[in-house]
Design a protein around this ligand. Structure first.
Ligand code: MG
Length: 377
């Protein structure tokens, strides 16, 4: 394979790069780049630490081995950095975006996001975890005397907004600073697919650990995994199944990452893209899987939906999480005086529904359960 680096498409992050600029100007650090500083700001943020107490897929655990949203985030960061490194993109920016990618997620995983969106829609509002992540880093985190928020670089804020989807300026005039008519840099485009690679492989692992999935069923329905498992079994006919499972998952992950790197490189070349400006002007995102791997990815994902995410066990968790969030939201709409003082004062400017949703979105699973139990007395 000819390794054509894409370094001319990378975000430089140099002192002269507008993408390394901050809302509140700061002098250069003696030995850390702008994105290394943002990496530190995310890792030291309270919202980042709370990811340890938030559901990735499994809420009610009878094992300590399942992914939390924090360990999932670290897996995404490892994968995203590998891809950025192989393509000679900006590794510090990519890893920072990966670490921030789920920082706006509420408790109870996607059930929480859906429930918050449902209750806000009754008030003409919406909940979107990317936009909530931006509110966290721009407003809720308080680490500096002179201003609210983490004062992150423009590149990191743009990437937080656009890592998984594009927004239209007509619908989101508040995002005008983030080049909505242009594609995000490749560093930001990597994140969504690194996220997919991380959870497709991890959820097979956790799904089998939970006994909701069986190895035999995964082998029969996920050809990408089954091929690697069969190869390994031929080489190690007497190896324990658990070890074959783990190694087959590693190979599956590696195959997805390798395909993503090779396909992205060839898509960039085929589109004649040579600079970051070309990446931005391109009508579509360039970070992608090959057609064959994309078919495998879709197949694995739909298997996980049908057999894991929509299994009776996880649907029960999903329903309970939604019920708790809807119940607490309604409780605080009736009793805003019971909110912490810092939130109560914000109601005047933002309205109770948004403030209550922000408060709930920041909670860990355990904290929201305790709040729920307190209102049930
Ligand atoms: Mg994620």
């Amino acid at each position: 394979m000819t390794a054509t680096p894409l370094q001319f498409c990378a975000v430089s992050g140099d002192a002269s790069d507008p993408l390394a600029g901050r809302q509140h100007p700061e002098s250069a650090h003696a030995y850390r780049t702008a994105f290394q500083r943002d990496h530190g700001r995310i890792v030291h943020a309270r919202a980042f630490r709370r990811l340890a107490g938030k559901t990735q897929v499994f809420t009610h655990r009878d094992s300590d081995h399942f992914r939390s949203r924090l360990t999932h985030t670290i897996e995404v960061a490892q994968i995203a950095r590998t891809v950025a490194s192989a393509l000679r993109l900006n590794e510090d920016l990519t890893e920072t975006l990966a670490l921030a990618h789920d920082i706006g997620h509420p408790p109870f995983g996607h059930a929480g996001e859906q429930a918050l969106n449902d209750v806000l829609m009754q008030h003409g509002l919406r909940f979107d975890h990317n936009l909530h992540a931006l509110r966290i880093v721009e407003y809720f985190e308080q680490r500096y005397v002179g201003f609210r928020g983490l004062n992150l670089t423009l590149a990191v804020r743009e990437g937080i907004v656009k890592h998984s989807r594009d927004y239209r300026l007509e619908e989101h005039p508040e995002l005008a600073a983030y080049f909505l008519d242009q594609r995000p840099p490749l560093e930001a485009q990597i994140i969504d697919l690194a996220d997919e690679i991380a959870y497709l492989t991890a959820d097979i692992d956790d799904g089998i650990e939970s006994e909701i999935l069986t190895l035999a069923n995964v082998r029969a329905n996920v050809p990408l995994f089954a091929g690697f498992f069969q190869d390994l079994q031929a080489i190690h006919p007497h190896a324990p199944e658990k070890l074959l499972l783990h190694e087959a998952l590693k190979r599956m992950l590696d195959a997805l990452v390798g395909d993503l790197i090779a396909t992205t490189r060839s898509q960039v070349q085929a589109a004649g893209v040579q600079t970051l400006a070309d990446v931005r002007a391109c009508p579509r995102r360039l970070v992608a899987f090959s057609t064959e791997m994309e078919a495998q990815r879709r197949q694995a994902k739909s298997y996980l939906y049908q057999n894991l995410y929509e299994s009776p066990e996880l649907l029960r968790d999903h329903d309970l999480g939604g019920e708790i969030i809807r119940g607490l939201f309604a409780h605080w709409v009736r009793h805003p005086e019971q909110l912490p003082v810092s939130h109560a004062t914000q109601i005047a400017s933002e309205g109770a529904p948004r403030v209550i949703a922000d408060y709930i979105a920041g909670m860990t699973d355990n904290f929201i359960l305790a709040q729920w139990q307190a209102t049930q007395k």
